[in-house]
Write a protein that binds this ligand. Structure first.
Ligand code: XMP
Length: 487
């Protein structure tokens, strides 16, 4: 045990405290860094991850989260192939280098090339000598396609820029050098070829610009966006893990309702035996003992929260749970900074994120706050009477989600049986537009909070507050709570 839980945290959660303003040291809030650890090896510039729930994180949400500096965990209420495809979409979407660029061989007709370009939604493609040869023959872009009639059966090589006239780069070319070449020659695509003339990658202007505009995006060493994926602890979880890792998932999440359990131990041991040192997030727990247990098992991050979520009915149905700020603090008192803590569930206002972070969490997982956005799965429902737009948010153990899992074309073996009472519920939430705006708002509020804490970085604020948060927190009476939050 790292430290004993302060009694003042017992029974307390986010609405119970305010932060006592400290002497400010930053001139501009924009300068405040929010860099944090998500897990042993992963770093984020925004300490926020999206929940692995079927009404929150699919490929679109995961992509947006990573572009904004956070990360998404794709939910597992899907057949393995579909979940893996979602992860692959995020990994393939952006990168400094497209490692396996789409190619067509010489001899392809213009008609076929047009179909290929439309199918893959690209602006041009590399042409190789013979199918599968990998030898660069040229580049065909949209602009090269003939617009006069009667050329549809002509081969692409009549219109492409041949390899001899192309500006190319070697594999591993530094980003700055690639950018310089592209700008100097006013080109939008830089094929990478080795000494034998084989295609080894492609750099596009679009990706370079995106990487420059969002230096805070969460990316791996190759510039691909970071993405996590949930696997569960039973049934097909090892098969699922294998597929998710194959397509490049950066972290696996063993996510079960009661993470301080024998089932978790067996699952972690099985994953480690089969996949070794992969980045593994485990949860959920809500006590010091639970957090210490996951640390001992070798989790790379510990996810904390039993029953605080908006779609949760666990506390109502079973009486089990710990108020979320107490749970986060207990976990930190147990493991300190030896393993990062993800505070999962119960965040209703942006200020809750900051309270979680300075009491122990390294990042925060959000469900309902991010639902209702364009990027969350599901369509917008419009009330015919009021014209109000809404989306569905539901707990993963809600009767609806459980039934969907049971009746899906490829039922999950660990789908809850109908005789297990539902511990989640479904609700409608207001439609909120793009998640990007919500994340920008959270980023802004977090930066202000750090400046009220008298520091220039979240890391410094945490270092200052974590050993003794009660020095900095004001407990609220119910009158003070009304004064603070009732408007
Ligand atoms: P928020 O408050 O951000 O919480 O919406 C998201 C978290 O809620 C958890 N979750 C559930 N908990 N029954 C539960 O007891 C459920 O059906 C359920 N579905 C989600 C989960 O930890 C999520 O990240």
């Amino acid at each position: 045990m790292h430290q004993v839980l302060e009694p003042a945290f017992v029974g307390r959660t986010y609405g119970d405290f305010l932060f006592r303003p400290q002497v400010g040291v930053v001139d501009s809030r924009r300068a405040v860094s929010l860099t944090t650890r998500l897990s042993r090896r992963l770093r984020l510039e925004l300490p926020v991850v999206s929940a692995n729930m079927d009404s929150v994180t699919g490929a679109r949400m995961a992509e947006a989260m990573a572009l904004e500096g956070g990360m998404g965990f794709v939910h597992r209420g899907l057949p393995i192939a579909v979940q893996a495809e979602a992860v692959q979409r995020v990994k393939r979407r952006h990168g400094y280098v497209v490692e396996q660029p789409l190619c067509l061989p010489r001899g392809t007709t213009i008609r076929e090339a047009r179909v290929f370009i439309a199918t893959h939604n690209i602006t041009g493609m590399l042409i190789e000598d013979a199918r599968g040869s990998g030898r660069l023959a040229g580049l065909l872009s949209n602009r090269d396609l003939p617009w006069v009639e009667g050329r549809e059966e002509h081969p692409v090589e009549q219109f492409m820029t041949p390899a001899a006239r192309l500006v190319t780069g070697p594999p591993g070319i530094p980003m700055e050098e690639a950018e310089r070449r592209m700008f100097e020659h006013r080109i939008e695509k830089l094929p990478l070829v080795d000494a034998e003339g084989r295609i080894r990658g492609l750099i596009t202007k679009k990706d370079v610009i995106l990487a420059r505009r969002r230096p805070y995006s969460s990316r791996d060493a190759k510039g691909h966006l970071l993405v996590g994926a949930a696997i569960g602890a039973r049934g097909d979880f090892l098969e699922r893990a294998a597929e998710l890792l194959r397509v490049g998932a950066d972290a696996l999440l063993i996510d079960i309702a009661h993470g301080h359990s024998h089932a978790m131990r067996e699952a972690v041991e099985a994953v480690r035996a089969k996949f070794g040192d992969v980045e593994l997030v485990c949860g959920n727990v809500a006590t010091a003992e639970g957090a210490a247990f996951l640390k001992e098992l070798g989790a790379d991050a510990v996810k904390v929260g039993v029953g605080p979520g908006r779609g949760c009915r666990t506390r109502l149905e079973t009486g089990a749970g710990v108020p979320q700020l107490q749970a986060v603090r207990e976990a930190w008192c147990a493991v300190g900074e030896t393993v990062p803590i993800i505070a999962d569930g119960g965040v209703r206002d942006d200020k809750d994120v900051f309270l979680a972070l300075i009491c122990g969490a390294s990042s925060v997982m959000l469900g309902s706050l991010l639902s209702g956005t364009d990027e969350a799965p599901g369509s917008v429902i419009e009330d015919p009477g009021t014209g109000e737009k809404r989306k569905i948010y539901r707990g993963m153990a809600s009767p609806q989600a459980v039934l969907d899992a049971l009746y899906s074309a490829e039922p999950r073996e660990d789908a809850l049986a109908v005789d297990v009472p539902a511990e989640g519920q479904e609700m409608q939430v207001p439609y909120r537009g793009s998640v990007v705006d919500i994340l920008s708002r959270i980023r802004g509020h977090l930066r202000s909070a750090v400046s009220y804490a008298g520091e220039a970085t979240l890391a410094a604020a945490r270092t200052k507050v974590l050993p003794d948060p009660l020095r900095y927190l004001v407990p609220l009476s119910s009158a003070a709570r009304d004064e603070s939050y009732e408007r």
